[in-house]
Write a protein that binds this ligand. Structure first.
Ligand code: SF4
Length: 362
């Protein structure tokens, strides 16, 4: 499999060209084609010498994703299904008018990006963990979700949330390379503050990310304020219990001086006890985190239920009365189940994607 030009930084490309007898300055032209002009093929990069185009075609591929299907939603959320070179599928979810959850304006586009095929972390309520882990996405496959979705949508994407399929921080090397491609002026040139990484709580990687020079935002899939509750639904808590996680979040605060977001899916009878809200409020205040409450979205094959809306409101009121900014989120895309933790691999027979394809669908 040839590496994609979408996975390589300017410095790496310049060094590669110099090493193979081509002028290093051609890297600027090549990346201008790749990220800005977006040609149909390497051969269409018309201001490059023929010999260089031939060399690139022999040694690199261009777009690593093949668009397979697009699914619209009544509220205009769109799911993009992409086929990978090994026949696997991933999804990216395009969400217009992100309701100011991550600093977006009402007229902006947010893309929910996948970082792995499947997920090894097995959170009990999460569709992505159901089928287990297959593989990490490459940096090119991560960054290409943004570029190729912009090409399909014919519009600029303003915000990224790494909360599609997979645990992004379990693939942090490729994720950080993708972030370099996405945020660099020669790449997609998207400000790091418009990127939010959502993690289930991998403590060493959170500490590492706190020292990363870019001002990336962090969201924690918390879903329980105590070990007793988190242990029931998130196996990762056995490895990194709340004491370690909260310490890492204080460290994040100290390093980044930037607000955190805590995601909390409300599941009836599991984590929606109002005492959890009181404990959550204490922690959220201590590291000035904002809380997003998400009433659980039903997942076929899983037994969990969504609490009554009035109960969700009572949960939120405890937080707001304690001075915590808390939103009760009625998720976009629920009708196509594109909300967080709702992406998963299933077997589906369908014409148009090759029949019996293993594909992503919620
Ligand atoms: S919530 Fe995140 S970490 Fe947990 S199984 Fe789902 S994708 Fe993996």
């Amino acid at each position: 499999m040839k590496p994609s030009l979408l996975g390589i930084t300017k410095e790496e490309l310049a060094a590669h060209l110099a090493e193979h007898g081509h002028p290093a300055y051609r890297a600027d032209q090549i990346l201008d084609w790749v990220w800005k002009k977006r040609p149909a093929s390497i051969d269409a990069m018309s201001n490059l010498p023929k010999a260089l185009r031939a060399y690139l075609e022999e040694n690199f591929s261009l777009y690593p994703l093949t668009p397979a299907r697009e699914l619209g939603s009544t509220d205009t959320t769109r799911k993009m299904l992409y086929k990978l070179h090994d026949g696997r599928y991933i999804e990216s979810v395009l969400i217009p008018a992100n309701p100011a959850l991550y600093g977006g304006r009402a007229d902006r586009l947010t893309l929910c990006v996948s970082s792995q095929v499947g997920c090894a972390y097995g959170c009990k309520f999460c569709a992505s963990g159901l089928a287990g882990f297959t593989r990490n996405l490459t940096a090119a496959e991560i960054a290409a979700q943004v570029l190729q979705t912009e090409m399909l949508a014919g519009d600029r994407i303003d915000n990224l949330v790494f909360m599609g399929m997979g645990e992004p921080l379990a693939n942090s090397k490729n994720l950080l390379q993708a972030i370099e491609l996405i945020t660099s002026p020669w790449g997609l040139n998207l400000g790091a503050r418009h990127l939010t990484i959502s993690t289930s709580g991998l403590v060493p990687q959170i500490r590492e990310l706190a020292r990363h020079p870019r001002q990336i935002r962090l969201a924690i899939s918390l879903h329980g304020a105590t070990d007793a509750v988190r242990d029931q639904i998130m196996p990762v808590n056995k490895k990194y219990p709340t004491s370690q996680l909260f310490e890492a979040l204080h460290d994040w605060n100290a390093q980044k001086k930037q607000h955190l977001t805590l995601e909390y899916i409300l599941i009836q009878g599991i984590n929606d006890d109002l005492e959890q809200a009181r404990i959550l409020a204490t922690h959220a205040r201590s590291f000035q985190a904002k809380v997003n409450l998400i009433p659980y979205n039903t997942v076929e094959g899983l037994p969990w239920k969504r609490p009554e809306i009035s109960h969700c409101q009572a949960f939120r009121n405890i937080l707001t009365k304690a001075g915590v900014t808390a939103t009760l989120r009625l998720e976009k895309g629920h009708d196509i189940e594109a909300a967080c933790g709702q992406l998963r691999l299933i077997k589906e027979t369908e014409e148009g994607i090759g029949g019996n394809a293993e594909m992503l669908k919620s």
